[in-house]
Each structure stands twice: as C-alpha cells, then as structure tokens.
Design a protein around this ligand. Structure first.
Ligand SMILES: *[C@@H]1O[C@H](CO)[C@@H](O)[C@H](O)[C@H]1NC(C)=O
Ligand SMILES: *[C@@H]1O[C@H](CO)[C@@H](O)[C@H](O)[C@H]1NC(C)=O
Ligand SMILES: [Mg+2]
Length: 457
C-alpha cells in the first residue's frame, strides 16, 4: 500500500523508481504515525473524535434489511411563503462575481478553521461550551484566524484538492470526464500528505489508499457499507462553482457523485457530495433558499437514473438509497421547506435546542458527521441566519456536532449569496493557504465567466 501511494503521488516522475523503497516507505510511515499520534492524543484528552465514532459504527443505514424506519413526523401547520423575494445575486457585475467565487473558497476555509479550532471545537460535544469560549475571546469579530492558533482542517485541504484538480483539468483537457475523475483521485492521494494535525476521517484515509492514479479506472473503489460519513459532502462545493448553469445539472450530478464515491461509496455519503455542490449551484442562480430542498428531492431522482445508467453497485445502492431520501424528506417536512411555504423554526431555537435537534437528525448522535446531515445542518443554519455572518457562525460553526464540516459548507453558500462585506477581515485575511484558495476560485470563475455575461437571471 505504501509504495503504491508513493507511485500514485509521483506517477509521471522517474524518480520514484530510483528511490530506495526503504526511504519512501519510511517517509509515509512517519506521516502516518504522526497522524495517528495526533488522533490518539485527542482520545486521551477525553474528546470524541471522528475515529472513535466511526469505529463504533459497524454498518451504515440502509444496508440492514431489518432496520426500522423512523416514525412518520406530524405535519406542522405550514403558512404560505411571506418572505421578500429579493434575489441577493441579481445585478452583480463580472468583477463582483469574480470576488464572490474567490470568497466562496476563502470563507469556506475560514469557517472550517474556526469550527475546527485545532480540534478543540470540532470535538467539543457541548455547543454551550464553544459559545462561552467564543464570547470570552470577544466574539467572532475578534478571532484573528491565522497560524499557529488557527489551522485549516481536512475539510479545506480536501476541498482544495477537488478545486485544484478542477483547475488542472480545465487548463488541459476539457470534455473528458474520466480524465477529470482520475485528476481528482490524484489530488486526493497527494493531499493526504498534508493531514498532520488536521484530523482527517478514517474512512477517507482508508479509501484514498485504494485509489490508483496510474490506472484510468483507478478512481473506482468497492461499495462500502460504512461509507456514509460526511467526507464527500465537505469537499464538493467547488463543483457547483464549475457548473453554475441550470443546463449543466447532469454534469454536476455526475462529477459530484463520482468524486464523492471515490472515498464514500455509499449513497448516504455521495449524495451528501451532490447536495453541497447542488446548493452552491442554486446559490449562484439566486434560487430562493426556501426552494432548495424541493430542488434536491427532484434531483435525487436524476441522481438515481445516473447511478443506474453507470451500472456500478446498482443493487447495493438501491438497497441503501432510502436513508438519505427519507431523512431529507422528514427534515423538509418538519421545517415547512417542502416548497412554497414559510420556513418554520421552533421558538426558542437557541444553542441547546439546536444541539438537540442536530443530534436528532444525525445518524448516530453526532450531528453533521454523515453525508445526509452535514449539508442539512448547514442548510438549516443558512436559512435561519439570512445575511448575518455572526448568526451563521452561531448556528453552523459553533455546535456540539461535526462543526467544521457544517461550517465550510454553509460559509461557501454564504459567500456566494451575500459576499464578504459584513465578514470581519481578520476572520480570513491571514488564513493559511489564502492564496491557493483564492486562486482556485478565480481560475474556476475565469473558465465559466462567459455564463455570467449572458443575459438571463
Ligand atoms: C493577526 O495574526 C497575524 C498573523 O499571525 C499577525 O501578523 C497580526 O498582528 C495579528 N493581529 C492581531 C490584531 O493580533
Ligand atoms: C494566539 O493565541 C494567544 C492566546 O489566546 C494570543 O495571545 C496570541 O496573540 C494569538 N496569536 C495570534 C497570532 O493571533
Ligand atoms: Mg475537519
């Protein structure tokens, strides 16, 4: 496995073959040990970690024929939509759009670093403790998000990997999706070398080791009953940046599913990837936020047609498909978000109530750790927060669940919809990898710019 990993990272160099095997094996070994050390430190400190939680899961939902469906929810009284219908992205100039694209990547990274806080907040199971600590620091506006106090976590590293694969692809080939997939696989393999102190998920570490960038079909891994985690959902938003046009929906479905199932080959995992990309695509179109869920439900039918057409793991996917759809359908019903009605939040809906709700909609008690609930909590926060960055942070970054993943997803949509005008500058100006993040946003924008110059919207 180790030499294969190295071979994948340097597929075109002759070097690798000249290296003594002991050297390359040694390097990878050191990195793996460091990652494991950091993970076990967290366990010793008594924090939960994704590793511990994933190890307790033997099977993902949908794979067990005996699994009981959750009881039907009572339909609340939903009122007709009364919000204003102002489209927050109407009339933006080309330059403003370019800035939104850059900020989508950058604010996503900033939110990840804040939600993660070097593991301290990601693995804090009580939202109230995080809120108290934020307050003691002077609120989100006082957070100077820079190294060494604040570092990016696996979510941004993998989002960058997806984004840099896309920018490499659009510069060379154009219309060969297989080429894009193998380029994405190559970047996922490479980015695993930059995971020390970033708390990568165990599913991702295990499955990336199966990818082979030298084989044209090396992006395909076996179906995984445990592949329902949020690792696909946290890194696919930039696929929505690449495909802003409603006419590109089929491409968005294909690329988000294939990139998702490179590591999370279970519908709960890869449909999360589809959702994060799709809602980015909706944000760019200025589609009213309360209609996004209904759009997702329609898109799931197309997603099934795609999976069926490609023909990989069709029976297993069919057996495991319903958990994601049913979970979203229940959520949309509870929130009056099935389409055309006014979103309904409980009152009060503070830190404690949100923690409880996020836990309820989760797979195993850790809100945001799965493919279905990472974008769901991000969406719940995004709908509830409107154009307030601070409120978005309260709901999506500072909670007792997998907070860095819900943070990066929600903040990316926020940056597209509302820009960075009201975001404290020190939340992002010194962010690690700021240049790389902005470059990905800008290069993808330059590639799709034509779409924004056509009259429409
Ligand atoms: C914020 O962090 C940067 C980079 O570490 C540093 O140069 C700057 O002085 C800090 N600003 C404040 C107000 O602490
Ligand atoms: C890092 O955090 C410490 C303790 O809160 C603070 O004193 C220091 O100024 C911070 N560093 C930066 C660069 O912001
Ligand atoms: Mg993370």
């Amino acid at each position: 496995m180790f030499s294969k990993l190295i071979g994948n990272i340097f597929p075109t160099t002759k070097f690798y073959f000249k290296w003594p095997i002991s050297f390359s094996t040694f390097m990878i070994f050191v990195i793996m040990i460091l990652i494991i050390m950091f993970d076990s430190l967290k366990i010793v400190e008594g924090c939960s970690s994704r590793k511990v939680l994933e190890d307790t899961i033997t099977e993902r939902p949908g794979s067990k024929p005996t699994e009981q469906p959750k009881p039907a929810v009572e339909q609340p009284q939903c009122k007709p939509y009364t919000g204003d219908s102002i489209n927050p992205v109407a009339g933006l100039t080309t330059n403003e759009w370019r800035t939104r694209y850059k900020m989508a990547m950058l604010l996503g990274g900033s939110a990840d670093a804040i939600g993660y806080y070097r593991g301290r907040w990601e693995f804090q199971l009580k939202g109230q403790i995080i809120h108290d600590e934020v307050k003691a620091k002077g609120g989100i506006k006082s957070l100077n998000v820079s190294k060494p106090n604040w570092t990016l976590s696996d979510d941004t590293i993998m989002h960058l990997a997806t984004g840099e694969a896309i920018t490499e692809y659009i510069k060379t080939s154009a219309n060969d999706l297989e080429k894009l997939y193998i380029t994405i696989a190559k970047h996922y393999i490479k980015c695993m070398l930059d995971m020390v102190d970033r708390a990568p998920g165990t599913t991702t570490m295990k499955t990336v080791a199966m990818l082979d960038a030298n084989d044209p079909k090396g992006y395909i891994i076996p179906f995984d009953d445990r592949g329902g985690g949020c690792g696909g959902a946290m890194r696919s938003m930039c696929i929505g940046l690449l495909y802003p046009d409603p006419k590109q929906l089929d491409l968005l479905i294909a690329v988000s599913i294939e990139s998702g199932r490179m590591t999370h080959n279970h519908p709960t995992g890869f449909l999360g990837s589809l959702t994060s990309a799709l809602f980015t695509h909706y944000a760019i179109q200025g589609k009213p936020v309360h209609m996004w869920g209904a759009g997702l439900m329609e898109t799931l039918d197309k997603a099934w047609q795609y999976v069926n057409k490609v023909g990989r793991d069709v029976e297993k996917n069919k057996g495991a498909w319903s958990y994601f759809r049913d979970s979203w359908s229940r959520y949309l019903k509870i929130r009056c978000l099935e389409g055309g009605t006014q979103p309904l939040f409980p009152s009060p809906y503070g830190v404690r109530e949100r923690d409880k709700f996020y836990k309820e909609i989760s797979f195993d008690g850790w809100g945001g750790a799965s493919g279905h609930d990472a974008p769901m909590i991000a969406y719940d926060a995004f709908v509830g927060a409107g154009n307030s960055w601070e409120e978005l942070a309260n709901r999506a970054f500072f909670h007792g669940g997998d907070s860095d993943s819900t943070a990066i997803i929600a903040a990316t949509w926020f940056a597209i919809s509302y820009g960075h005008k009201d975001v404290p500058v020190n939340n992002y100006q010194y962010l690690e990898y700021r240049d790389r993040l902005e470059t990905v946003g800008e290069e993808i924008f330059n590639y799709v710019e034509k779409y924004f110059n056509e009259p429409k919207m």
